[in-house]
Ligand binder design. Sequence first.
Ligand SMILES: NC(=O)c1ccc[n+]([C@@H]2O[C@H](COP(=O)([O-])OP(=O)(O)OC[C@H]3O[C@@H](n4cnc5c(N)ncnc54)[C@H](OP(=O)(O)O)[C@@H]3O)[C@@H](O)[C@H]2O)c1
Length: 411
Amino acid sequence: MNTRTKHRSVPLSSVEIDTSKSYPRRISILGATGSIGESTLDLIGRDPSSYRVVSLTGGHNVTRLAELAVRHHAECAVIADAARYQGLRDALAGTGIEAGAGDEALLDAASRPADWVMAAIVGAAGLKPTLQAVRQGTATALANKECLVSAGAIFMAEVARANTTLLPVDSEHSAALQIMTAVPKERIERLCLTASGGPFRGWSREQMAVAAPEQALNHPNWSMGPKVTIDSATLMNKGLELLEAHHLFSLGPSELDVLTHPQSIVHCLLYLSDGSVLAQMSCPDMRTPIAYSLAWPDRMYAPTERLDLAALGALTFEAPDMERFPALRLAKEVLSAGGSAGTVLNAANEIAVEAFLARRIGFLAIAGLVEATLDGSPDLAMLKPQKVDEVLAIDADARSRARSLLGRFAD
Ligand SMILES: NC(=O)c1ccc[n+]([C@@H]2O[C@H](COP(=O)([O-])OP(=O)(O)OC[C@H]3O[C@@H](n4cnc5c(N)ncnc54)[C@H](OP(=O)(O)O)[C@@H]3O)[C@@H](O)[C@H]2O)c1
């Protein structure tokens, strides 16, 4: 008999959104101009009387941010790139929508009273604004995976301190949450995340060595922003998701697993102590997990394709190949190491993906650069920062080391 009594925190939790009293719900979207942001606004735009848009933020795309802010009657629009402030002001002139720019304005956008915030800024740049929303006690739909990978312990401590509802948006973690809420946590033996395998699933290392960014960006199942699409091609994305799952669900390395599932229909499998395996399925469209987080604890309509298993015919599964895809191995090693290894992995990966997209390094050099940066960072397991600024200092240091190593991997 399994007698484990280990406490597992399924995050969602603590604060129920009282849907009877809070319509229209006040919504903010950090990263509104990106793939997740646009999908969220697509859902909101189909039922505008149920939502009031408070803040929308973008990184650089002023034109799109202004269009979205006007269309969704936002209270304020903030662009992270301070140099684009005048452009945003001009685009919003006469609309009554407040314009802001730069880091402080981003934090202000995240601080404005709202019932729900979508955290969909890409990269470690999302950490501070997302934490700001969490600290306000705003129910937070978390798409940004880098903040858990880079600062998971601090992030989850802030969620607990603020008694905030945290709703993971990654399809795999959304699936896990949907299943986990139906079972006693101490009966969970293993959580298995599925991976599509990306565009290079059947490719040899020789073929991958000369893969161009356009080929890596051509994901077979999912339509996503460029960073996460490249992460999917290297399988680093699945590694980042293992680290996320570790923090979200308090599961250790031996309780987390990955299975390649090219159809992207089953998003996660939960193995239980009685031999049962529970799965969540849907067609690959991020509007399904976004809708789950948006309607939680209720359910809502999402205009996504309905799953037709008879038409699909077969769902297949295979073990991931960690020799051809070393990024997944690196992430597993980082998961076991703990400490600040996740911060360094994430920082080096952001630099490597950027360099690959800029054609400065080849596809295989992405994992190579990450491994070299990790190898050059001793004692990461012992490094346990207590503050966000300490994490950001480790992140900055890792970025600068990764940049200094780029020459070694340059094409
Ligand atoms: N897309 C998916 O299906 C998916 C699935 C699961 C998880 N995620 C995660 O969700 C996050 C967003 O992914 P995405 O695919 O939506 O990315 P994306 O399409 O590249 O969008 C990223 C958003 O972040 C903004 N941004 C970029 N740099 C910024 C900075 N320095 N400061 C503030 N904002 C900045 C971008 O603004 P501009 O475009 O205006 O520059 C855009 O609004 C990522 O962490 C990703 O791993 C995505």
